[in-house]
Write a protein that binds this ligand. Structure first.
Ligand SMILES: Nc1ncnc2c1ncn2[C@@H]1O[C@H](COP(=O)(O)OP(=O)(O)OP(=O)(O)O)[C@@H](O)[C@H]1O
Length: 357
């Protein structure tokens, strides 16, 4: 089997109808997506949906039941082909960091550089220490570093040999407190972008996915429902699962009443239509908290059933006359009590709807 050429950028990772499983049972079914040069992709989905299994198949640790995985037009996995993991030039950061405790930070980072000329390897280590903000830490040992610093070393170690693609399984964020995660995510994105490295991250945390990724593939029960930018999957979800998994949202029963209009409990709602439903079709309209605003002048009302103060605004849960409950945003000056009736108006740019269930 030919070795994939190293030290060149990934042009394209392409998965076509990939099925992977255990003991003959597919846990990932028909997965297809592409990741292009320099992009950071993310597999996002609930626990057990098959994200790690798909990542492991790309790394070469699981064989395919169907389909193929190509890197730069070369098949690296299919039913008949399986390039060895060590020949794929794919780096991996695992769920537990697993730095070598008996090696210094410099030796940890240099671990994959044994075939490099010593001086070049040393320069690369120093460059990476600087890049991940750990200049001067080269002679320290992992136990003397904080969790966040260890994650940075693990990242430096994984990208040191300049893999074509970096795979990250729930890391480098797991086990860190929320504040540290928030700080580390943009740092890691910046480091990967600086290195022009393509990467694929696995997470069940959508905020992490949004902060890190250019492209998100939303998975459920082994199936990729949609691949798109964070903006697309939030604002243009293509399936009910994506619509309800990403962000807060409610489905408001509605009836199509024109080319860009539906009728609902909250009156006629206008917006760009995407699904091409016929007039009078019964649909469920996706409404996000920021789509429904408190409006004293509106003829449509609801009763507050719960509320959260969010500093700049209140988030209310409001029951409509039909019994349907929806979220509603209000500026933090509009402090209403639970049980109070408030006016509501809907503001949507585009209508995301699914056939009524
Ligand atoms: N080695 C294995 N043998 C048999 N079944 C497995 C094996 N590894 C994973 N599975 C099963 O495959 C399914 C997908 O697991 P996977 O770890 O890929 O999901 P995941 O989305 O990464 O979950 P999490 O977010 O919890 O890590 C699960 O039902 C899991 O129990």
């Amino acid at each position: 089997m030919t070795l994939l050429s190293s030290h060149s950028m990934l042009k394209e990772l392409k998965l076509t109808n990939v099925s992977v499983g255990y003991d003959g049972n597919a846990v990932v079914k028909n997965a297809s997506f592409q990741l292009m040069e320099g992009q950071i992709g993310c597999l996002l989905g609930p626990s057990g949906c098959g994200k790690s299994t798909l990542l492991r198949a790309i790394a070469g640790f699981e064989s395919l039941m169907m389909g193929e995985i190509c890197v730069d037009d070369q098949v690296i996995s299919s039913q008949t082909i399986s390039v060895n993991p060590e020949h794929r030039h794919i780096g991996m950061v695992f769920q537990d960091i697993a730095l070598f405790p008996h090696l210094t930070i410099a030796q940890n980072i240099a671990f994959g550089l044994s075939a490099w000329p010593k001086e070049v390897a040393q320069q690369r280590v120093m460059y990476l220490l600087d890049l991940v903000g750990l200049t001067g830490f080269h002679a320290r040992y992992p136990h003397s570093l904080s969790g966040g610093q260890q994650q940075r070393v693990a990242l430096a170690r994984a990208i040191a040999p300049k893999p074509k693609l970096l795979l990250m399984d729930e890391v480098p964020f797991s086990g860190l407190d929320a504040k540290l995660r928030e700080e580390l995510v943009p740092d890691i994105r910046a480091i990967l972008q600086h290195e022009k490295m393509s990467a694929l991250l696995v997470t069940h945390d959508q905020m992490e996915a949004f902060a890190m990724a250019d492209q998100v593939s939303v998975m459920d029960a082994g199936v990729i429902h949609q691949t798109g930018s964070p903006y697309q999957i939030y604002h243009r979800p293509e399936t009910r699962f994506v619509a309800s998994f990403i962000g807060h949202g409610d489905f408001l029963p509605a009836t199509v009443c024109g080319p860009d209009c539906v009728h609902s409990d909250l009156g006629n709602i206008r917006g760009e239509l995407h699904h091409g439903f016929a007039d009078h079709a019964l649909v469920d309209l996706l409404v996000r908290p920021d789509d429904i605003l408190h409006d004293d002048d509106s003829e449509f009302v609801g009763v507050i059933v719960s509320k959260w103060f969010r500093g700049s605004h209140f988030l209310y849960r409001v029951k409509l006359s039909s019994g349907k409950v929806v979220y509603c945003f209000a500026s933090s000056h509009h402090n209403h009590a639970v049980g109070q009736e408030i006016g509501l108006s809907v503001h949507l740019d585009h209508l995301v709807m699914f056939q009524r269930q």
